[in-house]
Design a protein around this ligand. Structure first.
Ligand SMILES: *Cc1c(COP(=O)(O)O)cnc(C)c1O
Length: 368
């Protein structure tokens, strides 16, 4: 079928960018595993080289763009490559205002790589209603909900402040997914995702995407995508397209499980504080007790796998202070509230009773 942009998100996830293949009518977009394309006349073919364009990647780009309500999608070989590409639109001396508990890899890219090239970064609490965007700022970078503290930001309000300051406003929508939040409709200039997480959803691909409706920005990003070359291969694009088809039902189940687990954790005396934004599958909580107790906890689970990453069908558990956020300096972690005993859960889509029994076992081990 052909889809119009007004179709529902479940329909778009399955059909957008993926009309039946023209030669055979194959319902599933083929893996166009090729680096180059035969040209009938020199330069007279829309497909020339797979760094520039590949039909499997194009289908994925168009599908995610439709889900985010944007007109242009650009896929990359990782979420970091997508974020890196946004930063490459800036110039030395430019100022970036960034949330203070963004993904650890984003913080590392900004402070360890781009600061050396003369970009200036200020880290602030994006969820603060009194947030100020200094005039002349070129980019406002926001994650909502944040990782790992799951703070949410009023994106429409920040979009307005960014626009008034003349800044691009880019939202990392990895945790919410377009099922729960569509930043472009709230005034964001562009949206990025680590497609590694919920969009692919099966923990078998690393990838990233940028979506925008700003044609001029899209052209600059497409130039960089080709010029720099951090593109996903056709096979990874295919797997991500396949995973994407079930996004809506997966997110519903992630939310059901996470909601129940957050409520159950809140009622326990051995939990100091639970953070859950009310949608999607991420739950963070402070275990009452020290780092050793938290380590015993995360080593005791059997259904929740001790691993970094998130957003797959299987449940994962981790300790941000020594895993995903180890690259954030300890005093910065302390300032923003990432305690040593903070445990982050990525609630998968297994049976809730099995997940709860597993956590129950971990509480016993932590008390040990
Ligand atoms: C994982 C993640 C990234 C980085 O993406 P990769 O695919 O691992 O390169 C960026 N932002 C958020 C919020 C993430 O969770």
């Amino acid at each position: 079928m052909s889809t119009d942009a007004k179709a529902g998100l479940s329909t778009l996830a399955i059909h957008a960018g993926q009309p039946p293949e023209q030669v055979t009518g194959a319902v599933m977009t083929p893996v166009f595993q090729t680096s180059t394309y035969a040209q009938p006349h020199p330069g007279a073919w829309p497909w020339e080289y797979s760094r520039t364009h590949n039909p499997t990647r194009t289908a994925l780009q168009d599908c995610i763009a439709a889900l985010e309500g944007g007109s242009h999608g650009l896929c990359f070989s990782s979420g970091m490559a997508a974020i890196d590409t946004v930063l490459r639109t800036l110039s030395p001396g430019d100022h970036v205002l960034c949330g203070d508990d963004v993904y650890g890899g984003t913080y590392r890219l900004f402070t360890k790589v781009y600061a050396r090239f003369g970009l200036r970064f200020t880290f602030v609490d994006m969820s603060d209603p009194d947030l100020q965007v200094p005039p002349g700022t070129k980019l406002v970078w926001c994650e909502s909900p944040t990782n790992p503290l799951l703070k949410t930001t009023d994106l429409a309000a920040v979009a307005q402040k960014a626009r008034a300051a003349g800044a691009m406003f880019v939202v990392d929508n990895t945790f919410a997914t377009p099922i729960y939040q569509r930043p472009l409709s709230l005034g964001a200039t562009a949206v990025v995702h680590s497609t590694t997480k919920y969009l692919n959803g099966h923990s078998d691909v690393v990838g990233g995407v940028i979506v925008t409706s700003d044609a001029d920005l899209a052209e600059r990003l497409a130039f960089l995508q080709n010029a720099v070359g951090a593109v996903p291969g056709p096979w990874d694009s295919f797997l991500t397209l396949r995973g994407l088809k079930t996004l809506a039902v997966r997110m519903q189940r992630h939310t059901e499980n996470a909601t129940a687990i957050a409520q159950w954790l809140s009622g326990r005396s051995d939990v100091a504080k639970v953070r859950y934004p009310g949608f999607s599958g991420m739950v963070s909580f402070d275990l009452a007790g020290d780092l050793d107790a938290a380590v015993r906890f995360v080593k005791a689970t059997r259904v929740f796998t001790l691993a970094e990453s998130l957003g797959g069908v299987e449940s994962l558990i981790e300790l941000p202070a020594i895993m995903t956020h180890a690259s954030v300096p300890p005093q910065v972690r302390a300032e923003i509230g990432i305690a040593d005993g903070l445990i982050r859960l990525s609630c998968g889509i297994e049976d809730l009773s099995d997940l709860q029994a597993d956590l129950e076992r971990a509480f016993a081990a932590a008390a040990g």
